[in-house]
Design a protein. Structure first.
Length: 314
């Protein structure tokens, strides 16, 4: 083992690189030629681990090319890096400092590296993200329309009509992606056999949570950020809460569970039992999200559709 750890701070135009323990710094353009030069520099070093911060998609090309060359790459949540920097007393922030913090994080924490991104899954996730933005824009325009003058309202309505066409195109693209993959189509049919799980929930889970069906229930709930975390100190016992994980997955699960509380008999019964036991409604909803996720995980793991037997899963 080389005992070398690399941190790469990614921005739109450049890659700032820091290598431990040599304390060496490099900078490359964030384009194909720059990434190839970075790969050529790293290959003789054979680092144990490369850590890259998730930065709104600017990291996708570099991650794919590095993993394709058999480097061990971990993509980490930016908040974890900020918390780590504060923990070590690093309050200043520049691209080079961030790269140094990432390499230190790689050495100290050794996060789990990821596999090669599946092109079809990455494209599906991009379509889902775009769809989410379109829905947000439609909502924002409708809110503006309510307060606008008559002339401006007509202009806003024209824009809303255009956005709704783009929304339909996104839905058609999502459907085509699923139909063209026999494996994804089979998984999609299993997930959608669950009452209250619709196409968007299913597609989001397939794109943003590829681990679904491969982990146990504790691992999958922790990965999504639905595992309650303790807040205890001495004799004090604080409220358990959830945080971290994959926010886009939690968002669709939340909306799914709001529907399931009304139309899914297993989730409805579970929710009512929690509320009658004195649980706050928000706590009960999160518990239902956790139960729904563990059921879906078990369904994909066993390759079986929804049945009343899943009521036994806690």
């Amino acid at each position: 083992m080389s005992n070398r750890f690399v941190g790469i701070d990614v921005s739109k135009d450049q890659l700032d690189v820091h290598i431990r323990p040599e304390n060496e710094r490099r900078r490359y353009p964030n384009d194909e030629s720059g990434i190839l030069n970075l790969i050529g520099f790293l290959q003789p070093l054979q680092p144990d681990l490369i850590v890259i911060e998730a930065t709104g998609g600017y990291q996708h090309q570099s991650v794919a090319m590095l993993v394709d060359q058999q480097f061990r790459v971990a993509v980490v949540n930016p908040r974890w890096i900020r918390d780590f920097a504060r923990a070590i007393g690093q309050l200043a922030k520049t691209d080079q400092i961030d790269a140094s913090t990432l390499s230190f994080y790689a050495e100290a924490i050794k996060p789990e590296p990821r596999g090669l991104p599946d092109k079809s899954r990455e494209e599906l996730r991009a379509i889902l993200n775009r769809r989410r933005l379109i829905v947000d824009m439609i909502t924002a325009e409708k809110n503006r329309q309510a307060l606008a003058s008559q002339k401006i309202r007509r202009q806003i309505q024209t824009h809303i009509d255009w956005l709704e066409k783009r929304l339909k195109e996104s839905d058609d693209d999502l459907h085509t992606h699923i139909e063209n993959s026999p494996v994804w189509k089979a998984k999609d049919e299993i997930l959608k056999s669950t009452p209250s799980v619709g196409p968007i929930t299913s597609m989001t889970l397939l794109a943003a949570l590829p681990e679904l069906g491969t982990l146990n229930r504790r691992e999958i709930t922790a990965l999504v950020g639905l595992a309650p975390l303790n807040r205890d100190s001495g004799n004090y016992r604080g409220h358990r809460s959830i945080q971290g994980g994959r926010a886009d997955v939690r968002q669709v699960l939340y909306m799914c569970v709001l529907s399931a509380i009304r139309f899914n008999p297993i989730i409805r019964t579970f929710y009512q039992r929690l509320v009658l036991a004195g649980k706050q409604r928000k706590v009960a909803i999160v518990a239902c999200m956790r139960k729904m996720l563990t059921i879906l995980n078990a369904m994909l793991k066993s390759n079986t559709k929804w049945s009343a037997e899943y009521a036994k899963i806690s």
